[in-house]
Design a protein around this ligand. Structure first.
Ligand code: CA
Length: 414
């Protein structure tokens, strides 16, 4: 077991019961306050420990970092040091925060209350790829738009299908999202029209962030993949269904997707997720050898989505779990690099919509309202087929001792 994950560990920082950030988590983010510029921090309970302060105070010496890595407004310099370095850093922070450690003398200066902090984009995303790895989601979409008897396309069980998305429009939780304009084709027998999307949706996803990979032309195997994954965030892949439907043939998603995706601000390390490994589904037909893997490589993480209208009366519209994925992250990364594609530090690879097998666990309004045929009643008497202007979509992920916090975004009018 990774020492920092010991469930019996306690911190001298008081962590309320049920808080997402006990000492067993220690996720990384970028924060600022009125008197501290944007810099790396680690969440502990309702506080943030300032890594620049720790570094300047000499508390991080002996690790494979330079002071400049902590004097940065993104986590990229830290992530770029590689897995062994970031694992050792998390272990060192765990040591400093242990209940019986007296090493950190300037505790008041090292800690910042989360209520005084603004969270920023944790990384500068290099390249962003979105997979399509939940079988239940792929089947639901196939049933709705193609053939219920042959809901999965022929390639789906042979490879983790994906497309390259847009990195520049990935925003941190709390950033408002504007309803996009585009080409729509409301009637099959009429020409397209220009206007604001009428079918604005969320997609419940998780995304992983990479360490620097190998050189162009080389591949990362499923056995090596975890050495190249730093951590994960919750990912809301905002989707304009009407723009998407008209544009996606033959080259795939474009303007229906790239206007915004929102992520949670705290990057939970793969190390912290280790206790939550579970086995994945039996893959039938058997996968090609480069996609085979050993050991539990899926993760049991409870996920939920809440729609909060402007009046504040929210409703949970989805409860799903990350373990429902057909393809795991190791397979996604092995497939992504099997052709020699190079991965850089700070790349982001999202899972695709995470739907479970039954109603109530579907990860998009497209599925929840079944293309608008089953509106969702809201506490205030209104109903939702898709997302309305002024709605805030909130996604949460947690399991056992740890959690991700949340990603939220308010939809603003076009
Ligand atoms: Ca997606």
């Amino acid at each position: 077991m990774i020492k920092a994950n010991n469930p019996n560990l306690k911190s001298w920082v008081n962590v309320p019961e049920g808080n997402d950030f006990p000492i067993q988590n220690l996720p990384f983010g970028i924060f600022s306050t009125s008197d501290r510029s944007a810099r790396p921090g680690v969440a502990i309970g309702e506080y943030i420990i300032d890594l620049q302060f720790l570094s300047d105070g000499g508390y991080l010496e002996g690790l494979s970092f330079e002071k400049s890595d902590f004097n940065s407004s993104t986590l990229n310099p830290i992530i770029n040091r590689g897995k062994a370095a970031t694992s050792a850093l998390r272990n060192r922070i765990s040591e400093l925060l242990r209940y019986d450690s007296t090493e950190l003398v300037q505790r008041d200066e090292a800690l910042v209350s989360m209520s005084d902090a603004t969270m920023h984009m944790p990384i500068e995303v290099g390249d962003y790829t979105d997979c399509y790895s939940s079988e239940d989601h792929a089947r639901n979409v196939g049933k709705m738009f193609r053939d219920p008897e042959n809901a999965l396309l022929p390639n789906w069980k042979h490879m983790p299908v994906a497309y390259h998305g847009r990195a520049s429009s990935i925003v941190v939780s709390g950033t408002p999202v504007k309803r996009p304009h585009g080409q729509l084709k409301p009637a099959d027998d009429q020409p397209p029209v220009y206007g604001p999307s009428r079918l604005l949706d969320f997609e419940l996803e998780m995304a992983f962030i990479t360490h620097p990979g190998k050189k162009l032309g080389e591949s990362i195997s499923t056995a090596e993949a975890e050495d190249y994954i730093f951590g994960m965030v919750i990912f809301n892949d905002w989707s304009a269904r009407d723009i998407q439907k008209w544009e996606y043939i033959p080259l795939g998603p474009f303007l229906g997707k790239n206007f915004a995706s929102s992520i949670s601000p705290w990057v939970v390390t793969l190390d912290a997720l280790d206790p939550y490994r579970v086995s994945g589904p039996v893959q039938d037909p058997a996968v090609l050898p480069y996609l085979e893997y050993d050991g539990d490589s899926h993760y049991d993480l409870d996920l939920e989505v809440e729609i909060v209208p402007p009046n504040g009366q929210g409703k949970i519209v989805c409860r799903s779990n990350f373990k429902h994925m057909y393809w795991n992250m190791r397979q996604q990364l092995a497939h992504h690099t099997v052709n020699g594609c190079n991965i850089r530090g700070g790349d982001m690879i999202a899972s695709g919509t995470i739907s479970g097998p039954e109603e109530g666990s579907f990860g998009s309004m497209l599925e929840i309202s079944w293309k608008g045929t089953k509106p969702v009643p809201m506490p205030d008497g209104t109903e939702r087929k898709f997302i309305q202007d002024g709605d805030t979509v909130v996604m949460r992920a947690s399991k056992g001792l740890i959690g991700f916090g949340e990603v939220s975004g308010e939809l603003k009018p076009a």
